[in-house]
Design a protein around this ligand. Structure first.
Ligand code: ZN
Length: 434
């Protein structure tokens, strides 16, 4: 059957619609990456929404009154699948991932552009203006991402590594810093004429992927990230105090405050603060207050109401349409705010959260809980040069989470680097850093 030839105007409109649909699919997809970045599974509805947009884009490219354009169908579906896999790699690699995903994550700033050649060839070989428009907009987005990351990389300023940072780094690198830097793509590591320093992250750069460096390579948290975690901790605690929210240092952050006498753990990878929603303090009030303060002081606030937590990142919120592209970063400096509520479990008054934490016992209703009297009324502890709220009995709280918390555990670090760490720490007495 011979179809009716579409007019040039109709073709241009179809091409523009296809580009707009691709852009919407892309934005929806990078928003979806907020879940793996926070070690959570995305909700089914969010996945279906993104999937539907991708299917619509492919359908618009390959279906016409003439029938199905099979080559355009295969190329558009295959291209989007491969490109999105590349884009997702840094977020997937927040957990230990397969080697090829780690490789893609390491090259996350440029990997999208590797499809430029195939996109050009496909665009020339298949005379379908809607396909050409989708390939064109996808490559334009990848190019702007690359250029913005490259420009941001130039804003890094040099930090000095202290003796402990250096000795850990040299041990984990087995003395060969050049090879270690290359193998793991540690672009922050500046080596020149025997001097070792750190190209630090800041508000205008992408963050150091320090969960990779700390949890997998067994390095100390980098000096820039320590500084920013300190600022972030003070920002959140002062906001919660102003709002009158009952809150306390949680998990590894509390462990640092108590065991390391007010310092961060040397391998800290996030800040943990918990809050109690009770009485007039509702989720909506808390979320609105934190979001407003974050916007004012330049911190990105991401809300996960159904999962019962709020993530606050050091990098500043960006205007739409760049808002969610931060999920393509290979790491981030972040505080996790876990939500607790009052509950009764097996006849005992508890504060209950939805997500698992350390060895916190399960509650009757399927959450996790800590006896109320261990936490309330909250007390204070010195941390990072200020007074922070902490559980009423911080040692009992830590005991419940970690058992013998005075003993250093290396459970967050891969086995090989953990062994090397244990040797260094035993020799150096695990000195506090901040
Ligand atoms: Zn950093």
């Amino acid at each position: 059957m011979i179809g009716v030839e579409a007019s040039p105007a109709t073709q241009v409109i179809a091409a523009l619609t296809a580009s707009a649909l691709y852009a919407a699919t892309y934005l929806s997809f990078v928003r979806l990456l907020r879940y793996p970045r926070n070690w959570r599974l995305p909700s089914l509805s969010a996945c279906l929404g993104t999937g539907a947009l991708a299917a619509l884009t492919v359908a618009l490219v390959s279906l016409s009154p003439d029938g199905i354009d099979t080559p355009a169908l295969a190329v558009s579906a295959g291209f989007i699948a491969v490109l999105f896999y590349i884009i997702a790699a840094p977020a997937i690699a927040f957990r230990p991932a397969r080697r090829h995903i780690e490789f893609l994550a390491k090259h996350g700033d440029t990997a999208g552009l590797w499809l430029l050649g195939p996109a050009l060839l496909a665009g020339l070989a298949i005379p379908n203006i809607r396909l050409q428009a989708v390939l064109g907009i996808a490559m334009a987005i990848e190019l702007t991402w690359f250029l913005r990351q490259r420009r941001a990389g130039r804003r890094r300023r040099l930090y000095t590594l202290n003796d402990h940072d250096l000795s850990v780094l040299e041990t984990q690198a087995k003395g060969d810093l050049v090879a270690f830097r290359r193998r793991h793509g540690i672009r922050e590591l500046a080596l020149s004429a025997g001097a070792v320093s750190w190209r630090g992250c800041g508000k205008g750069t992408s963050p150091c992927p320090f969960n990779l460096y700390v949890n997998r390579l067994g390095l100390n948290t980098s000096p820039c990230c320590r500084e920013h975690m300190k600022d972030l901790s003070h920002h959140i605690a002062s906001g919660l105090r102003e709002m009158g929210v009952v809150h306390w240092l949680e998990g590894g952050t509390l462990l640092g405050a108590v065991r390391e006498k007010g310092a961060l753990l040397v391998w800290e990878d996030d800040v943990d603060i918990s809050v109690l929603l009770d009485g007039e303090m509702t989720w909506d009030r808390l979320a609105a207050g934190l979001a407003e303060r974050g916007a004012r002081e330049g911190y990105f606030v991401d809300l996960f109401e159904k999962k019962g937590f709020i993530s606050i990142s050091f990098d500043p919120p960006k205007p739409w349409p760049f808002r969610w592209e931060r999920n393509r970063f290979r790491g981030e400096i972040r505080a996790d705010i876990a939500i607790y509520r009052q509950a009764t479990s097996f006849g005992e008054a508890v504060l209950e959260r939805r997500s698992h934490k350390g060895a916190m016992p399960a509650t009757e209703s399927g959450g996790y809980g800590v006896p109320r009297e261990i936490v309330l009324p909250t007390s204070t502890v010195r941390f990072l040069g200020g007074d922070f709220a902490c559980p009423n009995r911080p040692e009992a709280y830590l005991q419940l989470l970690y058992g013998d918390f005075a003993k250093t555990e290396y459970t967050y670090i891969d086995a090989g680097p953990a062994e090397a760490r244990a040797r260094i720490d035993a020799a150096a007495g695990n000195p506090p850093v901040l």
